[in-house]
Design a protein around this ligand. Structure first.
Ligand code: COI
Length: 359
């Protein structure tokens, strides 16, 4: 891969600015980005460049009409064997291409995607945190960069991949979250963009999330935007319920839910653990009824950024339920421990989920 404008010895690295004792999520960026351009459906070979400001025109269509998609994956230090593990990157490549199709954007070859990510992680290896549970978050971003005001797909696109050393997504860490079930606002609707990882879904979430935060909640749980009865997802993560010893999570066939990589990992691990799994529609009333009956054991979110995040309280129409005494439950803990063990190379990777780099 060509390396353009790579950090020279004279340029100060961003590394010195990072407070590794207070990483948070997405506050810092590493020194380099991968960049590839697509013009009239032909991709450039891609270069590694220094992370730096970009110049854009006021007429850039994506700023107006939102033709932009992204991904999120992580590179972890292998604490047992040395080197680095990138967790299930091919899943992100496939999802990027599904989102691209939905947003009328060009496909990017999986082989090139994996190569770009490897080169970037190798180049900025020193940014990967050493602590267990922390990682280098990798953020691919694809957007139309044509300049015009008519509403139509762009004829040129840019793929950028940046990285950010991160700790926990939530300030709460593994402490159970308080979540507000929104009966007023919707993230998406049937036939909309909900299954694509695109900016519009996150923009749609901001107002309700801001109001929820003002009321003391960490996140919003979205219902289907048609009947407002069935549970979709949290936005920054998918949602899982443990009811009557069964693992239940909303099915993807509504087309309104993001197909999370951690969601898929939890479903596959559940089968290994001998848990019964149901991917199906689930009404918010079923969750509240099962709490009343005493069969709602746990609720937790799954996501690349969030990993596993226990939910300790759900509020819907001014009614609160407290789950597992506001404590992380044994099922969420088992998934959290197993996933961390896998990504850090401490547990045997029977499914070949890690792309291991001996660096
Ligand atoms: C992720 O889990 O990678 C996400 O994209 C969630 C959020 C930071 C937008």
């Amino acid at each position: 891969m060509v390396e353009a404008n790579i950090m020279s010895n004279q340029t100060a690295s961003r590394f010195q600015e990072i407070d590794y004792s207070n990483l948070g999520f997405g506050k810092y960026f590493s020194d380099h980005v991968f960049e590839a351009d697509n013009i009239d459906n032909v991709w450039s070979s891609g270069v590694l460049k220094q992370y730096s400001p970009m110049s854009i025109e006021p007429g850039m269509s994506t700023l107006h009409y939102g033709q932009t998609i992204f991904e999120g994956l992580k590179a972890y230090r292998d604490l047992k064997n040395g080197g680095v593990n990138i967790f299930r990157p091919e899943m992100n490549s496939r999802r990027l291409n599904r989102s691209a199709k939905r947003l009328c954007m060009p496909q990017y070859l999986e082989e090139n995607f994996l190569d770009a990510i490897k080169q970037l992680v190798i180049r900025d290896k020193r940014f990967i945190p050493n602590e267990r549970g922390q990682s280098l978050y990798i953020r691919p971003l694809l957007f139309g960069d044509g300049n015009f005001l008519g509403v139509h797909p762009s004829d040129s696109y840019k793929l950028l991949i940046m990285t950010s050393p991160v700790a926990s997504y939530y300030e709460e860490g593994l402490k159970p979250l308080k979540i507000l079930v929104s009966h007023e606002y919707a993230r998406t609707v049937r036939g909309g963009l909900g299954a694509a990882k695109t900016a519009a879904n996150y923009a749609a979430s901001l107002y309700a999330a801001k109001k929820a935060k003002q009321e003391g909640y960490s996140q919003v749980l979205w219902l289907d935007g048609v009947s407002m009865e069935y549970i979709d997802e949290v936005g920054a993560m998918n949602i899982v319920f443990v009811i009557d010893n069964k693992i239940i999570t909303p099915a993807l066939d509504s087309g309104t839910i993001l197909a999370g990589v951690t969601r898929d990992t939890v479903i596959q691990l559940s089968k290994d653990f001998g848990y019964e799994v149901e991917e199906r529609r689930i009404k918010v009333s079923e969750v509240f009824d099962s709490h009343k009956k005493g069969t709602l054991q746990e609720v937790f979110g799954t996501g690349t950024a969030a990993i596993i995040s226990p939910v300790g309280q759900l509020t819907y129409n001014d009614k609160d339920i407290v789950i597992n005494n506001m404590e992380i439950g044994p099922v969420a803990q088992k998934f959290y421990d197993t996933i961390l063990g896998l990504v850090h190379g401490e547990i045997e990777d029977k499914n070949n989920w890690n792309l291991h780099l001996d660096i």
